[in-house]
Design a protein around this ligand. Structure first.
Ligand code: BGC
Length: 731
């Protein structure tokens, strides 16, 4: 691919160089195709018009091993005389986000080829080479974390030849993922002055995106827009939780101006505006949402407005963290493909949107970054380490993305080939745990290992509320969590092996041994909510009834409130509802006191928070350090609403919703629930209404399915059905 083109670097110092090629075309031109990529992110225009809607192309992959190339039909943009101009910013390639993966001494680069097809059959090729010019662009600075500075009046009047740069091409691959594109637009809901005297615009919704600025500016105007997610207790602009990310838009302009950043993105609800000439006209500012293309598939609403707001927050959390890679957050100096967060949320993500292509590309990077030992980096693309011959240690529940993500994609989309592609990765991850433990059939002793590069140890029940003072890690035992996930991942390898008709007898034996060892080590001694949850949800406890009763007791003793972190929370409601306590699961869902999902809603959240008390009732913050207000992990609760409250699940024997189970579990406190899901086979609907002590169910299935109402199993052909049932009694 692109074998005749040369990687080009700028011939003069430039933060975001513009590469220029003028060319003429003969009148018999019938088609023109641009094949292009950059080491960095590019904005390509022909005669001033964008060649694509793809924002921040070529996207983010594990560039050492996989670097996407795009192809665009640009025929409609051509004239007799043409100018192709490509501005390249550092992006994920060598901006600050690239950390140690930042290729030292490699500047931003462009690689392209333009093919001009003529009516007489001959094809002209324009390759990137020393005939191209390079210039400084009006973009004076661009960085994913720091933002973008643009001088709209800047013109480089002295372009110089671009320089060929020696950089490999063997890692080039065709575009695999979804394109990142500009989405809906929002206007400020208010512009106000804070007590500290700052002028602030509030868009009413936390988003991930950019801002368009339109004004007629006096000469030498310099406007700065800085991002924030929340205001502090006094109503002042608050940026400490962005840590080192400046997240700023700086615009130098004179005269009529319409500008928006082209080489970075932001996570924000509020903007602090400085340097604006006169008072700020709300019409002058437009927030533009940015995320990867994905079709909405799942919808959910119920009779409790606050829960509907929570569901919306989950959707916004997904949009905001689906910028080519499933990220932890879109605003502070992370925005990384944290594997733990991804495996926690993938089930919910697959219900809400069609994410198959999005995750397939990311799993390609996970596979590329997995070590020969089987270790899986904590973030994919792995920016914490250098090339993959560097030994790393993996954290439990993070590395398990290697098994959980392919398995969830298989459940949701039924693609056996995709599962086969990742089967080796899944097995290697389990083998890694087998090889690294100090106790056979458990995963122990990790902390004592000395070959650490980045991760000191397991992250544990990250941000669990039972954390000791000053710690981010909940008090569930790390060896127990690690051993539970060892069992779970082994179980997933077995299930995948069965689907693929592979011999997994060794893993079946391993699994039995892990369960036996787990019981010998821990059964009957679960100490935290999360420990109970894992023992129940991963089917490890020998006495589910007693373990469920223990979990229920802990929750009730805590005033019907949770203490779980990243590891326990995703399975908490399942562990309750699958083991006889659905009413308690609903109580947690409906809980409004801290800690709870609705606490953040009552605090005005418009996305899902990283921490249960990101902002406390008095407006103070739990920490400036680990306090994102757009972290999708706890949004995984929406998966439970699809799968348990509405009861829609794919059947494992016919995955991808070729056969569906619908087992709704109503609760009168919601009044009604209306959930729908677009599948490859048609729309599934599960609705229930609690009316006068009875429940009316309206269920539509697009394929032959199993519907279970009040414990009664019905095999039904595709169609719409109404059933009546009784309101379940609280235990
Ligand atoms: C991230 C998390 C991530 C964690 C690992 C944090 O800084 O934001 O979401 O999973 O580190 O413990």
């Amino acid at each position: 691919m692109l074998e005749h083109s040369k990687w080009l670097s700028s011939g003069k110092p430039a933060a975001c160089p513009c590469f220029i090629r003028a060319f003429a075309v003969a009148p018999d031109l019938c088609r023109a195709v641009l094949t292009i990529t950059a080491a960095g992110v590019y904005d390509a225009r022909i005669n001033g018009r964008p060649v694509t809607d793809f924002f921040l192309a070529p996207g983010w992959t594990s560039y050492l091993y996989r670097h996407q190339v795009q192809e665009y039909d640009v025929t409609h943009l051509l004239d007799t005389h043409n100018q192709l101009e490509v501005t390249v910013g550092s992006g994920w390639f060598n901006g600050e986000i690239a950390r140690t993966r930042r290729p030292k001494d490699t500047p931003v680069l462009l690689l392209a080829q333009l093919d001009l097809y003529h009516a007489d059959g001959h094809v002209e090729h324009i390759y990137t080479d020393e005939q191209w010019l390079s210039a400084e662009s009006p973009v004076r600075m661009a960085d994913i974390y720091q933002g973008e500075t643009c001088d709209t009046n800047f013109r480089d009047t002295a372009p110089v030849p671009a320089v060929a740069f020696d950089y490999p091409k063997t890692q080039l691959i065709p575009q695999e993922g979804e394109q990142i594109t500009l989405q809906e637009q929002l206007k400020p809901v208010r512009i106000f002055t804070t007590p500290a005297g700052d002028t602030v615009a509030d868009f009413g919704q936390e988003i991930t995106g950019i801002v368009r600025v339109e004004l007629d500016a006096p000469a030498d105007t310099v406007i700065t827009l800085q991002c924030a997610e929340v205001l502090d207790a006094d109503g002042n602009f608050y940026t400490a939780n962005y840590r080192s990310a400046k997240s700023t838009m700086e615009l130098h302009c004179s005269g009529p101006t319409c500008w928006q950043p082209r080489l970075t993105y932001y996570g924000f609800r509020y903007l602090r505006i400085t340097g604006w000439p006169g008072s700020v006209d709300p019409d002058a500012l437009t927030a533009i949402v940015v995320h990867s293309e994905m079709t909405r598939t799942g919808r959910l609403s119920c009779g409790v407005p606050k829960l509907n707001r929570l569901f919306e927050n989950v959707v916004w959390g997904q949009k905001g963290n689906f910028v080519d890679v499933p990220t932890d957050c879109p605003q502070r100096d992370e925005r990384l493909g944290w594997t733990g967060d991804a495996q926690v949320f993938i089930n919910t993500a697959c219900y809400l949107f069609d994410t198959k292509k999005f995750y397939t590309k990311w799993l390609g990077d996970l596979m590329a970054d997995q070590r020969s030992t089987g270790a899986v980096p904590s973030v994919i693309p792995d920016v914490f380490h250098g090339p993959k011959n560097i030994r790393i240690k993996s954290s439990t529940a993070w590395g398990d993305a290697a098994t959980v993500c392919p398995w969830q994609l298989y459940r949701h989309y039924g693609d056996l080939d995709l599962l086969r592609t990742h089967f080796g990765t899944m097995k290697r991850w389990v083998d890694y745990m087998t090889s690294i433990t100090t106790t056979p059939y458990l995963w122990t002793g990790y902390q004592t290992l000395t070959d650490r590069v980045f991760n000191p140890e397991h992250y544990g029940d990250w941000l669990g509320l039972d954390a000791p003072e000053g710690s981010y890690t909940g008090s569930s035992r790390k060896d127990l969590i690690a051993s539970a996930f060892y069992a779970y991942s082994t179980e997933l390898v077995i299930r995948a092996g069965h689907a693929l008709h592979e011999d997994v007898s060794d893993y079946e034996t391993l699994y039995e041994n892990i369960v036996a060892a787990f019981r010998a080590a821990y059964d009957g001694d679960y100490r935290t909510q999360t420990e109970h949850v894992l023992a129940l949800h991963f089917h490890l406890t020998a006495d589910p009834e007693a373990t469920a009763a223990g979990l229920a007791q802990l929750i009730r003793d805590n005033g019907d409130r949770l203490t779980t972190g990243f590891v326990g929370t995703p399975y908490l409601l399942y562990a309750l509802s699958d083991n006889g306590y659905p009413d308690l699961a609903y109580s947690l869902l409906l809980q409004e006191q801290f800690p709870s999902w609705l606490f953040s809603v009552n605090q005005g959240a418009t996305t899902i928070w990283e921490h249960w008390d990101g902002q406390k009732a008095d407006g103070s913050f739990w920490s400036p350090d680990m306090n994102s207000f757009n972290h999708y992990a706890y949004g995984s609760v929406a998966g439970w609403v699809f799968e348990t409250a509405a009861g829609i699940t794919p059947c494992e024997e016919l995955p991808g919703f070729a056969r569906i189970r619908v087992v709704p579990r109503p609760d009168a406190r919601l009044g009604w629930l209306d959930v729908s899901l677009e599948t490859a086979f048609g729309t599934v609907v599960s609705r229930w209404f609690c009316e006068n002590g009875r429940v009316r169910y309206e269920i539509t299935v697009p394929v032959a399915s199993e519907i279970v109402i009040d414990g009664k199993v019905r095999e039904v052909p595709a169609g719409s059905y109404v059933f009546w049932g009784s309101v379940p009694k609280a235990r």
